[in-house]
Write a protein that binds this ligand. Structure first.
Ligand code: SF4
Length: 273
């Protein structure tokens, strides 16, 4: 593929991104555009709530991409089914800020924060499997429905089971694998990567960590968003997802360079002429 052809594909991808969001495949041109859009929110230095706004844009971007996927007819998920809400939930710092703000506006905020802190303590030190083994319910569940549905993290938005029986077996400890809607999972990973790159490009802590621990820290520190925006890793003490490998780090560098219109580092994803 020559340079002109690559540019033509990139232009088409960006055009598609503007109207339909990201496709469920590696589409660097569109990912550069999305990373740049997210990064732009963090550049509005006069907005003290730009972390919260970034999370809202992150979620809205994902929903737009999902709305343009061909529907998966076999999705087994339905309201009131909450087995997957007994799990480890990863979040980014901006997602913590948006959930904390939502809960903080409620009349039940003090009780909610106490319940979340108890859940954080119960899950402290447990990995994903241990959490599932203990059936630790997410403290946002209320009568088997998500009480923060509008601001739920991307980790929750992007998982769709294709088999109720498989979910039940895993929940009972009798199975290991749940067939998932692959395109939604791909989109989740693609959006996650753009978000991490946008945050890193702004010089801020981009790691993902366990939700209840992050929320407990945010409730204890009303200045958490301001300090995170100032470059402090305010959630460093929360249990983080595993370390990114060299390939993931390089991919983020590519996104950061592409979003800024700079020369890309040598990488295996951009075809050379
Ligand atoms: S945040 Fe909502 S959707 Fe996500 S695990 Fe908790 S209750 Fe379930």
């Amino acid at each position: 593929m020559n340079r002109e052809e690559r540019r033509r594909i990139a232009r088409k991808d960006v055009e598609r991104y503007r109207t339909q969001g990201l496709p469920p495949r590696l589409s660097l041109g569109a990912m550069f555009a999305h990373t740049a859009a997210l990064r732009g929110i963090l550049e509005r230095k006069d907005d003290p709530e730009r972390g919260t706004r970034l999370a809202l844009a992150f979620h809205a971007g994902f929903e737009r991409s999902m709305a343009n996927l061909d529907a998966e007819p076999r999705v087994a998920c339905s309201a009131g089914c909450s087995m997957c809400c007994h799990n480890w939930i990863s979040v980014t710092a901006p997602e913590v800020f948006v959930i904390a703000a939502e809960i903080g506006r409620r009349a039940t905020a003090t009780d909610d924060a106490a319940r979340i802190a108890r859940a954080a303590l119960a899950g402290k030190g447990l990995d994903r499997d241990a959490r599932l083994d203990r059936r630790l319910a997410c403290p946002m569940l209320a009568s088997d429905l998500c009480s923060i549905y509008a601001v739920r993290p991307l980790a929750c938005r992007g998982f769709f089971s294709l088999s109720l029986e498989a979910c039940q077996a895993v929940f009972k400890g009798e199975g290991e694998d749940i067939p998932a809607w692959r395109s939604a999972m791909l989109l989740r990973g693609i959006h996650d990567r753009c978000m991490a790159a946008a945050i890193q490009a702004a010089g801020l802590a981009h790691g993902a960590f366990e939700m209840t621990e992050g929320l407990t820290m945010a409730f204890a520190d009303p200045g958490a968003q301001a300090r995170w925006l100032a470059g402090e890793d305010v959630f460093a003490a929360a249990t983080h997802d595993g370390q990114d490998d060299a390939e993931e780090n390089l991919f983020r560098e590519v996104l950061i360079a592409g979003a800024a219109g700079k020369r890309l580092p040598e990488n295996p994803w951009t075809p050379t002429a």
